[in-house]
Design a protein around this ligand. Structure first.
Ligand SMILES: Cc1cc2nc3c(=O)[nH]c(=O)nc-3n(C[C@H](O)[C@H](O)[C@H](O)COP(=O)(O)OP(=O)(O)OC[C@H]3O[C@@H](n4cnc5c(N)ncnc54)[C@H](O)[C@@H]3O)c2cc1C
Length: 382
């Protein structure tokens, strides 16, 4: 590494950028993180708050490594907590077809997961606050966490290891020919040997201001947080979500439909509160307009939601890649430039695992990035 400037500049202070900065700084790299708003100001602070198995064989390794990293993070006394056992996921539906299909797919793909089908009295005994007549597939996964908890904790670890965090500053990649020589922060150059772009849905514009390279788009979600002290103990999701997003199918997730607008029920309990979601929208929504539709939909699964006091509403953008999987590693056609973004609905569950991988690539360690995550699958920037 050179003597002046930073070894690595990381653009983006979400879960991916802060965890990457923590891994890089802890390994001895002189690291600067630039975040244009506040830490966790994007989806990393406003998500539904569950670490969960993505039910995609390619992403499963990232999820497992993330869980292990969260164990280390919880032990590091940086303010992050995660349960030692999963709360359990219930995929619910009014029809038994989707529940059975999902259960069979999950069981075939992940025989190590504990999968069971429930309905009638056994389901009512397990979760008395569910609406009658539902069918459910229970899987022993799902760890509720504070939505921004891991991002703040990794920022703390990064700073403890000597990383400089610059907030309220916007950065773009500084290129000389095909080589990244650092970043430009609000007009001021900051030299670096390597640049990692982890700017979530805004990664394409930070990495290639020409606007031609756009393998990641924003997919907006609204979540309503309610008081629900005696609510479900399991994390709940509509079984059709698994089918709709295709991540349980084992093959490549379906291509992202940019104009699609979908609303699907999910509920994540944490303490006396529950986060009820969520939408999948191509454009930034007015969150207030979604409160009633989300709560009415949720009340079909958990009737008590409709009278629950509302604590607040969150809205944020998933960084959705065109094939549903993140881009992790070196940017093709650019020396010294790396990307880790596009985690879609799974960034809290897989982000640190991916960040660890890209940090190892930047440090020149002998690691293999799976071809399905290689940024080159979408070609290089202009
Ligand atoms: C409604 C909803 C619920 C979700 N629930 C879950 C869940 O329960 N579990 C789960 O695993 N995942 C969940 N996700 C997905 C998860 O939140 C995201 O995948 C993850 O937070 C993305 O992290 P990130 O660091 O890539 O991006 P972000 O959190 O978007 O962070 C990127 C950061 O980069 C900054 N930035 C952008 N451009 C620049 C620039 N030019 N210069 C400097 N800074 C810049 C932004 O301000 C932002 O802070 C959910 C998403 C949504 C929308």
């Amino acid at each position: 590494m050179t003597g002046s400037g930073a070894d690595v500049v990381v653009i983006g202070g979400g879960i991916v950028g802060t965890s990457a900065a923590a891994f890089l700084a802890s390994a001895g790299a002189r690291t600067v993180l630039v975040e244009r708003e506040g830490l966790a100001s994007g989806a990393s602070g406003a998500n539904s708050g569950v670490v969960q198995h993505p039910l995609d064989p390619v992403l499963a390794d990232l999820y497992r490594s993330t869980l292990a990293l969260y164990g280390d993070l919880a032990a590091a006394d940086a303010g992050f907590r995660i349960g030692s056992e999963p709360a359990g996921m219930l995929y619910v539906s009014r029809d038994d077809g989707p529940v059975r299909r999902l259960g069979a797919q999950i069981g075939a793909l992940f025989p190590d997961l504990d999968v069971g089908l429930l309905e009638g009295r056994p389901l009512a005994l397990l979760e008395p606050t569910l609406a009658p007549g539902l069918h459910a597939c229970r899987v022993g996964i799902g760890y509720p966490v504070a939505p921004a908890g891991s991002t703040y904790a990794y920022a703390t670890i990064a700073e403890r290891a000597g990383a400089a965090i610059r907030l309220g500053r916007s950065a773009t990649v500084d290129l000389r020919g095909d080589r990244a020589v650092g970043v430009v922060v609000d007009g001021e150059p900051v030299a670096a040997d390597a640049v990692l772009v982890a700017a979530g849905p805004w990664t394409p514009e930070a990495l290639d201001p020409s606007g031609r390279w756009r393998p990641i788009r924003a997919r907006w979600g609204v979540v309503v947080e309610v008081d629900l002290p005696a609510g479900p103990r399991h994390v709940l999701e509509e079984a059709e979500i698994g089918e709709a997003i295709g991540t349980a199918a084992g093959d490549r997730p379906p291509a992202f439909e940019p104009d699609e607008a979908v609303e699907d029920f999910s509920l994540v309990p944490l303490g006396a509160a529950a986060s009820v979601g969520s939408t999948f929208l191509a454009r930034e929504p007015d969150p207030a307009a979604w409160v009633e539709p989300l709560l009415v939909r949720a009340s079909g699964f958990v009737p008590g939601v409709v009278d629950a006091p509302i604590r607040g509403t969150r809205s944020c953008a998933r960084p959705q890649s065109l094939d549903g999987r993140p881009l992790v590693g070196a940017v093709p056609g650019r020396r010294g430039l790396f990307v880790c973004a596009g985690h879609g609905s799974w960034g809290i569950s897989t982000g640190p695992g991916a960040a660890r991988l890209v940090a190892d690539v930047i440090r020149g360690r002998d690691v293999a990035v799976p071809a399905a995550l290689d940024p080159g699958r979408f070609g290089g920037p202009a």
